[in-house]
Ligand binder design. Structure first.
Ligand code: KG4
Ligand code: ZN
Length: 334
């Protein structure tokens, strides 16, 4: 074995650690402890609770991968963007490991990590046009190389995944909302409610979900908890939300005419979204890439895979200098 990277992810509500072989890119170890059920009680992520849960979960996962410590060549950690109190848990652990084992430390941007979820156990392929749909972000970017990114469009308000979470909360479904809305929508008519597709008549290439969310809120209030209407509300909301994503994305595809297009992030697990984009890319002769379902949501494997490219470029940060940054430094203020 050529040596491995230990990677840590704690930017939101998933505690995850992975060990990846640098040369073969094989995943040697991966464990993720999701806090979803803890936050479900509150209908969303409570940062202080998330931070306390990371402080318990991360060391317990680390205990299970001690056998790989002898082969480590570097330590990597998500250092931006995310919730500062949760990022700090991972960063502090990575710093302690790097200092005690005298290993270089790689701070990985979480959004770049999502891009690398496409390249688990394989070579990275750039340039690539990527749509990132998660709980924190909705953006289209041109990725030229590791940490070389240009944002082409982003959301003006809520993100795609966040709008699913908020609608699910309004409907009393639970958290995270994405999978719950997708499931409920299977039994509904997507055209029963004519929710407005955001920015439909605007030339602006950007995303916006707050207006749609408010229209759905009014429908939920009017439905007065009707069990019969709930699946139709979910299906109609999902249809409008995806139509908006497709609408703006194809404008960029028609302008840039890329060979390949990729969709990453937790919400890229949505099957209706996948089908809609498959149809659009098919008619345009564009190859469409997705990450394996298990790596769409937050995980340390994608952070480790990104870190391999960072390692090869020797993009190390002195352990005492690495900071947890709630904002992205390489994406402007995205
Ligand atoms: O990438 P991720 O795990 O965390 C962030 O970096 O934000 O994405 C989580 C988000 C949540 O908002 C969740 O509701 C959404 O992705 N999501 C979905 C689906 N599965 C997860 N949204 C729509 N449909 C889904 N099937
Ligand atoms: Zn994420």
């Amino acid at each position: 074995m050529s040596g491995a990277i230990l990677s840590i992810e704690s930017s939101c509500d998933d505690s995850s650690v992975a060990v990846t072989d640098i040369e073969t890119k094989r995943v040697l170890f991966h464990k993720k402890i999701s806090q979803e059920s803890d936050h479900a009680l509150y209908g969303g992520v409570v940062p202080e609770l998330a931070s306390r849960l990371h402080a318990v979960a991360l060391p317990s996962i680390l205990e299970r991968c001690r056998e790989f410590f002898g082969s480590l060549k570097a330590v990597a950690v998500t250092s931006e963007p995310g919730l500062s109190v949760t990022l700090m848990e991972g960063v502090a652990m990575a710093q302690a490991l790097a200092i005690s084992m005298n290993l270089p430390l790689i701070g990985v941007n979480h959004l770049v990590g999502h891009v690398y979820s496409l390249f688990i156990e394989s070579e990275s392929v750039f340039p690539l046009t990527v749509l990132l749909v998660s709980g924190g972000h909705t953006m289209i970017m041109e990725v030229y190389d590791y940490n070389e990114v240009k944002v082409l469009a982003s959301t003006l308000d809520d993100s795609f995944g966040e709008s699913f979470d908020k609608v699910a909360k309004m409907m009393g479904l639970g958290y995270p909302g994405g999978p719950l809305i997708e499931e409920l929508a299977k039994k509904g008519d997507p055209y029963r409610f004519s929710f407005p597709v955001p920015l439909k008549n605007s030339k602006k290439i950007a995303f916006s979900y707050s207006g749609l969310k408010n229209a759905v809120r009014i429908a939920i209030e009017k439905s007065e908890g009707s069990k019969e209407l709930a699946p139709h509300i979910a299906a109609s909301f999902q249809r409008a939300a995806i139509e908006h994503l497709v609408d703006k994305s194809v404008k960029i595809l028609d302008l840039k005419k890329p060979e390949r297009f990729a969709i990453v992030g937790g919400a890229s697990a949505n099957m209706q979204l996948r089908d809609a984009f498959l149809r659009e890319c098919d008619t345009r002769g564009i190859e469409l890439l997705f990450a394996p379902l298990e790596y769409c949501s937050d995980n340390a494997v994608m952070i480790g895979r990104a870190a391999i490219d960072g390692y090869k470029k020797a993009l190390f940060t002195p352990a005492t200098k690495l900071k947890a940054n709630p904002k992205s430094t390489i994406f402007g203020d995205a």
